[in-house]
Design a binder for this molecule. Sequence first.
Ligand code: TPP
Length: 660
Amino acid sequence: MEELPADYEGIVNIDNYPLLKTIDSPHDLRRLEPGQLRQVCNEVREYMVDVICQVGGHFGAGLGVVELTVAAHYAFNTPQDRIVIDTGHQAYPHKILTGRKELLHTIRKKGGLSPFLKRSESEYDVFGAGHATTSISAALGIATARDLAGKDFNVVAVIGDGAMTGGMAYEAMNNCGLQKRKIIVVLNDNKMSIAPNVWAISNYFTQIAQTTVAQKIRNRVWDLAGEMGSWGDRFRQIASRLEGGVRAVVTPGILFEALGFHYFGPENGHNVNKLVDLFNFAKTIDGPVLLHVTTEKGKGFAPAEADASQRLHALGGPTDKITGKAISLPGANGLKKVPKYQNVFGKALVEIAQKNERVVGITAAMPDGTSLDLLQKELPNRFFDVGIAEEHAVTFAAGMATEGAIPVVAIYSTFLQRGFDQIVHDCSIQHLPVVFALDRAGIAGNDGPTHHGALDLSYLRIIQDMVVMAPKDESELRDMLYTAVQYGRGPIALRYPRGEGFGVPMSETFTELPIGKSERLREGTDVAILAIGDMAWRAVAAAELLAAEGIHAEVINARFVKPLDTAMIDEIAGRFHKIITVENNVVAGGFGSAVLEYIASQPYHQHPDVMVHGLPANIFVEHGDSDELLAELDLLPPGIAKVVKRFIDLPHGIGDLVTV
Ligand SMILES: Cc1ncc(C[n+]2csc(CCOP(=O)(O)OP(=O)(O)O)c2C)c(N)n1
């Protein structure tokens, strides 16, 4: 993160936020009187709305946890006390209070603040995040290391009700109950994941909130203790121990109590002073505590409050803060509308499912992000949202496949990393025809390293009974989905990028593609470019640039990473001395590796030089605009042409171009 220049002026006038202006770290916050905290919350919220409405950002979750974040940094001695925030997009207020407020407008931009939590960005980001449901495990690890080292500080995990649908939360709580360490889990219950919650555990949280008798008893005990001055905390501790015997009857959070937690709540998560009291009390309890608070996502951004959908929790760019309408940028009007890959997928799935009643769609809490909401709308009983539970989604699909269903599991490439063993053990070994539709494959842009789908070609192609393909454009995506549904002999995956396609003409019908067959997009004589997925047309464009310089490149759209089109490779290897592979995946173990492995294993009379071009093997690509990142990585046409030229110019081998 860059230092602010001395003459730096933010994009809003910080003088408009008189208390926030004085807060450069939680130490400054803790110097304020409790009576000033309400105003701090108002200013933090207003600041977020003012900045994010100018630059865009994912701030709905953060708006809901302003009081929670202010109270936590006020009551706990951060960074000595460790606050572990789950998932990370709700961390905007945390970033504002921990010395990063003037950089908020850089969030998600290249070189700017990370959209999530990042240890290298701040000592207050004690554990990196981006994927959900890691906080309780990490916090327990921190607490265990603390105890082993004989240290004394508080450890707090803040986790949303959406993240609580992930199984790892229960694995962690189960372990907390066993270890009985001092740890505080704050459950931020806003009844929403990205979409509104629809799961049993969410219903359970709602029931808790409605268990008013028990709640009233607890509140009364609590308030009485509050009136007892310094004896109050002691009294509350004794009361919390005594109630163990009758817990099953009066405790609303029986599930958490059964897992060994002292449960408190549900409390109003927008009452900052009450939260401070609760945190101070929780500190005095030995052993795991679960504090359940209810909050409202998007609070303070009027258009989001008025709109029950999740649409306005993330702003794509400048937005009117009163109406919530996007402010169009000069030049944006009149641009041709190109469909997003995800929409092409969602629509194609509906068409296919309407014709084939065995087809079902499964999402792990991302109906909108995957466009599976289109299936939900058209064929609701064939749509399944399983929660933030990717591992379960895969095995659930495998179970359905044993009964003749054709499940299409739509998961972002990066989140499917969690389901690796389920793909191997439950789908592949049993040869079950589960279709995997991996969205956000390759560079995923502003969400950064936790969200780039950089690994899927590598992690899928090593699985024995797997077919792996990637469409060259949005029209081929339709055919690949159709091919996958028709396939029926085992698991099959197609992966496609985030965002818009290339604007190619869309076919109205579906064509079944021959498994393991590539297509030639351009003939050439000097060098062969074997490209996969969204790199195919870019390679053609690169070939056009090269042609202008007298270099004639042949371009192959590989279509399949597994099985490889070995007949094509044999033929190419016979005609070219130089072959370059191009992919939007790490070069280690991906498409190029597959080509290399095959060529190296063949008894050719003369082996061609092969260069593998793709995402770097040894560094995580940071966040930024996708095109900006792809340009920097030499994965747009001019960059590809440049790399090809350097490759051709090398007399022998590929020397310093080797990135594996
Ligand atoms: C493993 C994983 N799957 C999916 C996502 C996408 N995702 C980001 S935030 C989110 C919802 C989180 O809901 P919750 O924990 O309730 O937090 P809130 O945003 O409501 O505060 C989801 C599904 C993710 N980050 N990680």
